[in-house]
Design a protein around this ligand. Structure first.
Ligand code: ARG
Ligand code: ZN
Length: 881
């Protein structure tokens, strides 16, 4: 059943207060819910509609009167009271069984402890309630549980009372002073310990910060705590937004569907984004913790204080909050190149995941018009493209203008549930700008393609850039209207310097070297005056819009940009273009040669360009690493009309092997030059060095000789941190060298560390040497379970999503494996199953033989009688579009 944005109606009743009483028991939890409701003046309807799912109604009272079966309508999803009085107190008693709840939505048990996850629609699995974000109420929560098993009882807001009860039970009463939608409710009842600290806010108030984890993990909470403090400071400084509670808690749980959740005052996190020490976590893990801790904290204003009117507006809070966490991470590094490195990572994510989504069967606008299951729309489009849309406001309005817009947004909407349009209006009004056309970024799906042409008039000294735009049709949207696209450009002179720009009709500061062109029509000409020589254009600097840029660069121009562009993002981009051109040619040659790489060649020009970047010590190691990584197999596949995963893999491996051989000396030298001796620190400079060093190692290990193998083995044995240790092991696995003892040794060292065991499965699953039979074997390992999402993702998703040459094995055996596990997972956890289902999104782009097998697998899943809405939506869209 599809739900449409246009069908929105305001709730018939509003809720003022919610009093919840929990008698927690794994098999049988009793929830007593007392809510005060009143008719919504904005609605004419008189029925109270409460949502409820997988819970048993025990008793229902309205204004003190016990209601009988004839007084309400109850089905599997709703409880309706017809023609209710204007003021109502409902007392609802229900039962649920948290330990049976494998969906990890609602109230569930993880490793013997109670947790909740209510976004998007999990609260209805706890009690009957108008479970929609535009119903905001004040909550009081009483928790009761066995004291020995659940010594810690937490909920939103402030702790106002606690004490002992009979029978070894105890209680805690919590009150949240702020109105909130039900999706922000949370409770934790658990055996946990915390790291805590008093922190002084900018206004002088002291607040209590806590990070709660299982006992054995108290040595892994420092970085999360530090990141939380940094986040609080950053939001004060950058946006003048302060923490509005006296206490702020982060709780880590090992079974969790997503990354983390911004419940008011009680953020619940996947352990993956909390726990870290040098022994168990990589640089990437540390960066993830900083970003996610920031993200959830920033939601307190962008999401909680101002929330969404309905779930179609999800990007209002998610796109904005991702943008905020991106800016936070960039500011934490602090340097210009550091900032650019984070930007390049964002571009890679978009190309790896968002562009394919936007071109596939699940394509949807940043603000979708319809959905079957909202959990399927927590997507890279809503999150990452949404963040790009927010970033474009800042590009168009400037940092100060953006800040003015944010201030006005909070001034207007604090305490409200609003729409994406309200955010756009605040940005426009605060800056006196018309952003009407900008709305199309929210309403039109698909990745716009911007095509650039240039012409130079040496006599008049004019340089013209002609920009045009188009966007392919997507489901339900045949014709697209032009977007409002900020295109940042610079012009490079012959010696690589930035030319000062004079744009005809533009009002730009004298001497500006980067100008943001605003492309609003289908085609526009931009004329630069006083240009003495034909320049090399650097277009879409800093990736100023989430588009595909087409421009017929010559190799010489790309080499010029690759060695000189002052914009690091475009400098990197030039290298990617040089590599991509060659990768596509090589792939075609491999395909034509029936899969053989025997006659492939890589030109010295390209190799020399790679050498120059590798050895340029004036560049940050982190930037050099990014410049040397070749586009991924997925990104290459997206450039092809008919995808041949084996040919792509062979061509890319040939290129890596050739670079590894040609630059052997330099790679070894850089490997040694970028060691980080001494105590481990996750700072960007050290992490960059490790990244470059480990990239060097991986190149040397494509076809290693004894000395190179030894290098990897020694690194594995001597590594003082997980970054180096796992990089060495991954390099060994990918080289095809015998790794048995090393894998075993790694497993034995970290058997007790769930997050590291995840890595152990993940690195094997993603290795091109691991076929589907080997994956099945790994599934038989005692440490494997489908019930834990992190574990399922580590093995299964890494195989289906990060190992394309094996997943697309010609016999289709991996597609059967996929179908089997979508079905198995769906019976346990539909949200996770639906994510796995997405692995087939691009099935129509493969060669006919593969396509036919993929279709069979999709149909096999579709034919199942008892599929969740989650999986059904993904599979039917894949088969339909
Ligand atoms: N709001 C959370 C976050 O971004 C995501 C929670 C989504 N959970 C879900 N089951 N759909 O930060
Ligand atoms: Zn979020």
């Amino acid at each position: 059943q599809t739900i449409f944005r246009k069908d929105y109606t305001p709730p018939a009743f509003l809720v003022d207060t919610v009093e919840l009483g929990f008698d927690l028991h794994p098999e049988r939890t009793i929830v007593a819910n007392r809510i005060t409701l009143r008719q919504n003046p904005a609605s004419k309807r008189r029925d109270i509609v409460l949502h409820g799912e997988d819970i048993e109604l025990v008793q229902l009272r309205m204004n003190g009167q016990l209601l009988g079966k004839d007084d309400y309508l109850l089905d599997h999803a709703t409880l309706t009271i017809k023609k209710a009085p204007a003021q109502v107190v409902l007392e609802i008693e229900t039962l649920c069984a948290p330990v049976q709840n494998t969906t990890l939505s609602g109230l569930y048990v993880s490793n013997g402890n109670f947790f909740t996850q209510c976004e998007a629609e999990g609260f209805r699995r706890i009690t009957f309630f108008p479970d929609r974000p535009d119903v905001m109420a004040k909550y009081t929560v009483m928790l009761r549980a066995d004291k020995a098993s659940y010594p810690v009882l937490l909920s939103n807001g402030n702790l106002i009372e606690q004490g002992d009860l009979d029978d070894g039970r105890h209680y805690a009463k919590w009150e949240d002073p702020f109105k909130k939608p039900s999706y922000l409710f949370a409770l934790v009842a658990a055996r946990l310990v915390c790291q805590e600290e008093t922190f002084t806010l900018a206004d002088g108030r002291d607040v209590l910060l806590q990070v709660w984890v299982e006992e054995g993990n108290l040595d892994k909470t420092d970085y999360a705590m530090q990141s939380l403090k940094n986040s609080i400071r950053w939001d004060e400084e950058r946006f003048n937004l302060e923490l509005d509670l006296d206490r702020f808690m982060i709780v880590a749980v090992g079974d969790f569907n997503m990354g983390a959740m911004e419940n008011k005052g009680l953020n619940i996190f996947n352990t993956k984004f909390v726990l870290a020490n040098p022994r168990t976590a990589t640089d990437i893990d540390y960066a993830g913790i900083e970003a996610v801790v920031g993200h959830e904290y920033f939601h307190n204003w962008t999401g909680n204080r101002v929330t969404c009117r309905d779930w179609f507006q999800l990007s209002l809070k998610e796109g904005l909050t991702v943008f905020r966490d991106q800016e936070f991470s960039a500011d934490m590094i602090g340097t210009d190149t550091g900032r650019a490195v984070t930007r390049i990572d964002q571009v890679r994510t978009l190309r790896q995941a968002q562009f394919p989504e936007d071109a596939g069967p699940m394509s949807h606008p940043v603000r979708p018009d319809s959905f079957v299951e909202i959990n399927n729309f927590y997507t890279v489009t809503v999150y990452e493209k949404g963040a790009e849309v927010v970033r474009m406001y800042q590009t168009l309005l400037g940092r100060d203008g953006f800040r003015k817009g944010m201030d006005l947004y909070f001034k207007r909407h604090d305490g409200q549930a609003v729409e994406c349009d309200d955010f756009r209006a605040a940005m426009a009004d605060a800056n006196g700008r018309d952003l009407g056309q900008f709305e199309r970024w929210y309403s039109q799906a698909g990745t716009p393609v911007v095509t650039a042409r240039t012409r130079y008039d040496a006599v008049k000294r004019n340089f013209d850039i002609i920009l045009s735009q188009r966007c392919a049709p997507s489901a339900g949207q045949q014709d697209k209207l032009p977007f409002h696209i900020p295109v940042a450009v610079g012009l490079l002179g012959a010696s690589g310097q930035d030319l000062p720009l004079t744009l005809e009709g533009g009002k730009h500061a004298k001497g500006a070297t980067t100008i943001v062109l605003e492309l609003t029509e289908q085609e526009q000409i931009f004329r630069f005056r006083n240009v003495d020589e034909r320049p090399t254009p650097s277009i879409l600097r800093d990736f100023s819009a989430p588009v595909v840029l087409e421009y017929d660069y010559t190799d010489d121009e790309l080499l010029h940009l690759f060695s000189h562009d002052s914009d690091p993002v475009n400098r990197w981009e030039a290298g990617q273009r040089l590599a991509m051109e060659r990768l596509l040619k090589l792939t075609a040659q491999v395909a034509a040669a029936g899969g053989s790489d025997a006659n492939l060649k890589l030109d010295p020009t390209f190799i020399n360009a790679q050498r120059a970047v590798l050895t340029d010590e004036t560049l940050d190691a982190a930037f050099r690493e990014l410049a040397l990584i070749l586009p991924s197999e997925t990104i290459i596949a997206e450039q092809m009309d008919v995808v041949d995963p084996q040919a792509i893999h062979t061509a890319r491996q040939f290129m890596r092997r050739t670079i590894g051989a040609a630059l052997k000396e330099e790679l070894i030298a850089q490997y040694h030059a970028n060691q980080t001796p001494g105590d481990y620190s996750p700072d960007a400079l050290s992490a960059g060095k490790r990244a470059l060093k480990n990239l060097c190692l991986s190149y040397l290990m494509v076809a290693p000789d004894m000395a190179e193998l030894k290098l990897a083995q020694q690194q594995f044995e001597k590594a003082g941190n997980m970054t180096d240790r796992s990089a060495a092991l991954v390099a060994m696995i990918h080289s095809g060298a015998a790794t048995g003892p090393y894998l075993q040794n790694f497993y034995e060292d970290f058997e007790g560390e769930a997050l590291v065991v995840d890595k152990w499965f993940a690195m094997q699953a993603a290795a091109p040497t691991t076929n589907v039979a080997a994956v099945r074997q790994l599934m038989a390992h005692p440490a494997f379970t489908l019930k834990n999402p992190n574990r399922a993702r580590s093995l299964i998703f890494n195989f289906t999503n990060a190992n394309p040459s094996q997943f697309h094995a010609a016999d289709g055996s991996a597609y059967d494996f996929w179908a089997e596990h979508v079905i198995k997972l769906d019976a346990i956890n539909p949200q996770v199953a639906a994510r796995l289902a997405r692995a087939m999104d691009r099935w129509r782009r493969y060669a006919p033989a593969l396509q036919a097998k993929m279709k069979q697998a999709l149909e096999k899943v579709a034919a199942r009688a008892k599929l969740s809405n989650d999986v059904l939506e993904v599979i039917s869209k894949a088969l339909a579009n």
